[in-house]
Design a protein around this ligand. Structure first.
Ligand code: MTE
Ligand code: MO
Length: 211
C-alpha cells in the first residue's frame, strides 16, 4: 500500500485527536444523526487509489469459517437473488446523503450460500485497494448489502464499482468499496480505520466516531 495517500490518512487521523474529547450533540431531528449535515451530491472518499477491476476479472471470495467457501465470478454474483433497497448514507466526516437506491445481494443471501460455521462471530471485508473493515456477523446479517447499482446505474468506479458493501446503520467507512474478500472469523479483527482510532461499532446515532 505504498501508493495510498499519506496526507489524507494523516488528516483523518488528526480528526481522531480533535474529536475524542469533543462534547457530542445532544439532540437530533428524525433522520439526520447528531453532528451530521445533509448533502445532495455524493462525495468520494478513498485512500488515494481507485482500483480498476473489469467485471470479467472481478471475483468475490467468501472464505474463513464457512462450510462452503466460494469465489464468485460476475455471472455467479448476478445469478444470486437480487434486491432493491433505499437507505441513507452517513460518513464520519459529517455528511449524510438520504434516499440512495441500491441494487445488489443481501449479506444473508451470501450466508445462505456459504453457510458460516457456529464459530463465526465477525466478518472482515477487504477491498481491491487493500482496505479492510470489520463488523459483527449478526450486524451484517441484519444490515449489509453487497451492491452493484446505484440510482438504476452500474456503480461507478469512484464509488467502489463494480461491487461495494453498503451498511446504512453504521458510518460509511464500514462499507468496503471494490470489495474483494468476505472473511468469516472467530473473533473481531479491527480494520484499516479501526486500528487508526476510529470506532469498532461506529453508530452514527450516538456519534460513536472514535474509539
Ligand atoms: N475499499 C475501500 N472502501 C472504502 C474506503 C476506502 O478507502 N477503500 N473508504 C471508506 C470511507 S472512509 C467512506 S466514508 C466510504 C465512502 O464511500 P464513497 O466514496 O462512495 O462516498 O467508503 C468506505 N469504503
Ligand atoms: Mo469516511
Amino acid at each position: 500500500m505504498d501508493e495510498i495517500n499519506k496526507k489524507l490518512i494523516e488528516g483523518k487521523q488528526r480528526l481522531v485527536e480533535l474529536g475524542k474529547n469533543k462534547p457530542k450533540a445532544a439532540f437530533t431531528q428524525n433522520r439526520l444523526p447528531p453532528g451530521q449535515h445533509e448533502v445532495k451530491n455524493w462525495p468520494v472518499l478513498d485512500l488515494g487509489i481507485q482500483p480498476d477491476i473489469p467485471k470479467d476479472k472481478w471475483s468475490l471470495n467468501v472464505e474463513g469459517l464457512v462450510e462452503k467457501p466460494v469465489s464468485l465470478t460476475w455471472p455467479d454474483f448476478i445469478a444470486l437473488p437480487q434486491v432493491e433497497k433505499v437507505n441513507d448514507f452517513h460518513c464520519v466526516t459529517a455528511w449524510s446523503r438520504f434516499d440512495n437506491h441500491w441494487k445488489g445481494v443481501e449479506f444473508k443471501a451470501l450466508c445462505a450460500l456459504v453457510k458460516p460455521t457456529p464459530e463465526a462471530t465477525h466478518v472482515l471485508f477487504t477491498g481491491y485497494d487493500d482496505y479492510t473493515t470489520n463488523l459483527p456477523l449478526d450486524f451484517c446479517l441484519d444490515n449489509a448489502l453487497i451492491v452493484h447499482e446505484w440510482e438504476g446505474q452500474p456503480l461507478e468506479r469512484e464509488h467502489g464499482g463494480p461491487v461495494r458493501v453498503v451498511v446504512s446503520k453504521v458510518y460509511a467507512w464500514k462499507g468496503a468499496k471494490w470489495v474483494k474478500d468476505v472473511i468469516f472469523l472467530p473473533a473481531d479483527h479491527p480494520g484499516f480505520w479501526e486500528v487508526r482510532g476510529y470506532s469498532i461499532t461506529a453508530d452514527p446515532w450516538t456519534e460513536d466516531r472514535f474509539s
